[in-house]
Design a protein around this ligand. Structure first.
Ligand code: E4P
Length: 226
């Protein structure tokens, strides 16, 4: 399962790249707005620093205009993916863009029926929003599990991207269910690596090493600098 950051922050994206595990980025109008920077230079820069898909969202709900936006977004970079909301007009735009060879991520998915339509429209990615369902006391993970099962049974090739993740267990369950991608805020991404026993164990080994070092004779040169 690929790990994506759900952000438009260059600082967060650069940190993810530094870790060597970042598979891509998703953005949306809210995340772009938070950064208050020029839209086009920002999305171009994100595409240039990420080695993987970068989803950039369309706005409005007119099929012809969505198709025009999709074509323009696809021109931004080779790794740009067009995000389209799951509406009747969005489905029509997705079919047209897909037929032109443009990759579409159908977003704001909240039901298995929407996910079936998304696959039938030929989308590259379907994005079920788990956290927003949990927020209204509906089981987001249940939806993800339904979609993974239906896609496997039907042989749909649309990638399943678990979105709107709120905590590390969402990520673990998404991996267990077979999601292709999980996108998350930096706070959740960071929490994946944290463990108090790792911190305590690391400190103990460092302290013990420093104490023993003077009696260990010849060391590797890099170890002397650690
Ligand atoms: C995904 O593509 C969306 O941008 C995102 O996951 C939405 O998450 P939120 O519900 O935390 O805003």
């Amino acid at each position: 399962m690929k790990l994506f950051l759900d952000t438009a922050s260059l600082e967060e994206i650069r940190e993810g790249v530094r870790w060597g595990v970042l598979g891509g980025v998703t953005t949306n109008p809210t995340l772009i707005g938070k950064e208050s920077s020029d839209f086009l230079p920002r999305v171009k820069e994100i595409c240039s620093i990420v080695d993987g898909d970068v989803s950039i969202e369309t706005v409005g709900d007119d099929t012809d205009n969505l198709i025009r936006q999709g074509r323009e977004i696809a021109q931004i970079a080779d790794n740009a993916v067009v995000k389209v909301a799951t509406t009747p007009n969005g489905l029509g735009a997705t079919r047209a863009l897909t037929d032109e060879g443009i990759k579409v991520n159908m977003t704001l998915n909240f039901s298995a029926t929407q996910a079936i339509l998304t696959a039938e429209a030929g989308a590259y990615i379907v994005s079920p929003f788990l956290g927003r369902l949990d927020d209204i006391a509906t089981d987001g993970l249940r939806l993800l599990s339904d979609i993974c099962e239906i896609y496997a049974v039907q042989g749909y090739t649309t990638k399943v991207l678990a979105a709107s993740l709120r905590h590390p267990l969402h990520v673990v369950e998404a991996a267990r269910m077979g999601a292709d991608i999980a996108t998350m805020p930096f706070k959740v991404f960071e929490s994946l690596v944290k463990h108090p026993l790792t911190d305590a164990g690391f400190k103990r080994f460092s302290d013990d090493w420093k104490e023993a070092m003077p009696h260990l004779g010849e060391l590797l040169p890099s170890m002397q600098e650690a």
